[in-house]
Design a binder for this molecule. Sequence first.
Ligand SMILES: C[S@@+](CC[C@H](N)C(=O)[O-])C[C@H]1O[C@@H](n2cnc3c(N)ncnc32)[C@H](O)[C@@H]1O
Length: 247
Amino acid sequence: MEYRLAGTKPNPWPGRLPWPPAFLLHLGGSARERSQKAMSEQTVERGHRCFAAAWNWISIPGERSLGKRIRRRLLGDLEGRVLEIGIGTGHSFTYYPASADVVATEPDPHMLKRAQQRLAEIGKTNIELRQAPAERLPFDDASFDHVVSTLVLCTVADQARALAEALRVLKPGGTFRFWEHIRNDRSGFWGRSQDVIRPVWSWLGGGCQLNRRTKDAIEAAGFRIEWLEEDTRFPLNPVIYGVARPG
Ligand SMILES: C[S@@+](CC[C@H](N)C(=O)[O-])C[C@H]1O[C@@H](n2cnc3c(N)ncnc32)[C@H](O)[C@@H]1O
């Protein structure tokens, strides 16, 4: 099965890291930022073959401890129609209860292929895979009871647009469940360190921006945070997780 988005060209150099490296595009002002955003959108549709191959391994330590606890808490009680954006290789799949009717989306064809393999292995029939970026969700307004995002808002090309889409497809009483890493504003040293290494980190990490203020962005998009917890044990990578509702 092919997972290419309509209107995109196949990657002529599969397996290569994106060129020019995104960090070269971070060096200037708004024109460069726009061009970087456009580049990120193209890149995610082409996919990151190396990062997709590495993600299962990179994420093993986090998934065994923090990830297991957070995913259980965020996903364990879900019922009704659920949308997950940017599912990657499908770490969430095993945590969805049978009461959830899940549509799992992912724009990167290499991630999607791995997610499909995982889904076939675990044999769950209440999860459907779709190829789509979070900024352009192919779903009707108010068509989901819950939207889930884990470690995705750091990577989407346009965070405000992705959050606006999440809000659009959510039913009025629905929940937005998130686990994201954020800029460390509690420590000047670590926050600035994140700013400095961001370009190279992004190039190696499939476009991940480790210094986004995602809690502020969730609220600015029109969500009201119901509960939120923060884990700052890793100062280069502090995370927040919680539940928000359309405000
Ligand atoms: C760090 S991985 C996390 C994967 C998964 N959510 C997890 O928790 O294991 C980031 C994911 O975001 C996806 N992504 C990147 N840009 C995206 C976009 N514009 N819309 C949706 N997902 C995107 C990547 O392809 C990748 O699968």
